[in-house]
Write a protein that binds this ligand. Structure first.
Ligand code: 5AD
Ligand code: SF4
Length: 468
């Protein structure tokens, strides 16, 4: 039988990257190959993001551009997954009638079988919501269950003899129960579901045995992993501790954490687990208590600041990053300036900042006091300028210092390697390709707003080794 080729385009968050990896592995197992370009594909799958309107519109634009390809090759199967698929469902077919498959993130694992039995002349298939559980056994107590969108344990034992990436993502839980007023995720990704601990550990070990030296545990709110009657009864602190013990795992990270769910035991792991890197992404969203309450974040400025102090006490070298939204409905100039003030107080290493964007179904969508687009842009530009100075100052403070860099790719210039420090700073430096996937000791020479330039130290680069 002719081998068929798959082409996946991933938009949005790291969880989508992980989902795409799962789909790719599952399709390969069924004999599919990866196409080098969209033109060479029998199945094109767009794994999409709907967190802000702009992200969702980009996907529609891409789908419209694919019409030409579909006309040239009518047998091509075109699928959309991720949050745009979940949000728009059948409506997508009105705008993009040449689509064959619309599959929400909770039904991802059904795609391989569907695609194999689908021909482009069949009516399109639309699947949303959560698939029936992959394992019939009910959870011991009501609460998180195996997410059938993930691969199951047996998959990891046999699939993918290929090397794993130097740094791999690993989704440990999906969905979200927090319903922040601006956020569409709980409506599209469903309630929180934690993957069984043994399954996560097996996958982590598998990735490390195939060559990953860095793992990032993923979830909308990883800190609530296993809460409310998880099968194994283990919580996130235990999971992190167990994963960190895997031999040959050099670096461990996790994202995203909700500040309201950050127990002292988790704070205490920083600086204690040798592989746990000195970086934490801790979304702030706003600096005004009134706006934080309106967002439904369930912490105030002081609680956030106390958490930052506790973290820095546990681990003085901890780098912090955050997410901030400007122009939430009703946000006054003074409230916006409180966010700017908080950035100056905390001095994050870097931030992701967004203009508030109306999302369907959310509470904020129907709030009064929407801020004009150009006013939101003005606030964003101001905030980003303040942060740019802070980031640059932090980078400049590193000049002359030596840092451990995990080499993960090549820089733009010939002979240049690229990697990250444990605190997630991007460093480019000249060095031999043989350092790929290894730790190098690099002296920082130059600081730029998003990266650093370094020089490989004359001492021998450290070989990958288990630091635990
Ligand atoms: N508008 C703007 N930003 C948003 N985010 C989530 N929803 C919205 C929205 N409606 C941002 C938050 C979140 C990040 C992933 O995206 O800052 O932490
Ligand atoms: Fe969205 Fe809030 Fe859940 Fe994060 S915690 S995914 S912002 S609802």
């Amino acid at each position: 039988m002719k081998t068929r080729n798959l082409y996946i385009v991933t938009y949005g968050c790291q969880m989508n990257v992980y989902d795409s990896t799962c789909l790719e592995a599952s399709m390969r197992k069924r004999g599919w190959n990866l196409a080098e370009s969209q033109e060479g594909a029998d199945f094109i799958f767009l794994n999409t993001c709907s967190i802000r309107e702009k992200a969702a519109r980009r996907v529609i634009g891409h789908l419209k551009r694919l019409k030409a390809l579909k006309l040239k090759n009518p047998a091509l199967i075109l699928g959309v997954g991720g949050c745009v698929a979940e949000q728009e469902g059948r409506k997508l077919l009105d705008e993009v009638p040449w689509l064959n498959l619309v599959v929400g993130p909770g039904r991802l694992s059904e795609i391989p079988l569907l695609v194999e039995n689908l021909t482009s002349d069949m009516p399109p298939i639309v699947l949303s919501g959560q698939a029936p559980l992959a394992q019939p056994e009910p959870p011991a107590q009501p609460g998180p269950a195996l997410d059938s969108g993930q691969r199951d344990l047996s998959d990891f034992e046999e699939i993918d003899p290929r090397p794993a990436p130097i740094g791999s993502f690993l989704t440990i839980m999906t969905g979200c129960d927090n319903y922040c007023a601006y956020c569409v995720v709980p409506y599209l990704r469903g309630p929180e579901r934690s993957r069984p601990r043994e399954e996560v550990l097996a996958e982590a070990r598998n990735l490390v045995s195939r060559g990953s030296v860095e793992l990032t545990l993923l979830g909308q709110n990883v800190n609530s992993y296993g809460r409310a009657g998880h099968r194994g009864g283990e919580d996130f602190v235990d999971l992190l501790t167990e994963v960190s013990k895997i031999p040959n795992l050099l670096r461990l990270r996790f994202t995203t954490s909700h500040p309201k769910d950050f127990p002292p035991a988790l704070v205490g792991l920083f600086g204690k687990l040798p592989s746990l890197c000195e970086h934490l992404h801790l979304p702030l969203q706003a600096g005004s208590d009134r706006i934080l309450a309106a967002m439904g974040r369930r912490y105030d400025k002081n609680r956030y600041l106390s958490l930052v102090s506790a973290l820095r006490e546990a681990c003085p070298d901890l780098a912090l990053s955050t997410d901030v939204i400007v122009g939430f409905p009703g946000e006054t100039e003074e409230e916006f300036l409180q966010t700017v003030d908080l950035l100056e107080t905390v001095r994050f290493d870097f931030i992701f900042s967004f203009k508030y964007s109306d999302r369907p179904m959310t509470k904020a969508n129907s709030l009064p006091g929407k801020i004009e687009e150009n006013e939101k842009q003005r606030r964003l530009t101001h905030l980003q300028a303040v942060q740019k100075t802070i980031t640059l100052e932090k980078h400049q403070a590193l000049i002359g210092q030596s840092r451990e860099v995990l080499v993960e790719g090549f820089g733009r210039k010939a002979g240049q390697l690229s990697g990250r420090t444990r605190d997630l700073k991007l460093v480019n430096f000249d060095g031999p390709a043989s350092l790929m996937g290894r730790l190098a000791t690099v002296t920082i020479l130059e600081a730029w707003p998003v990266s650093l330039i370094g020089q490989l130290s004359s001492d021998r680069p450290s070989a990958p080794q288990n630091l635990n």
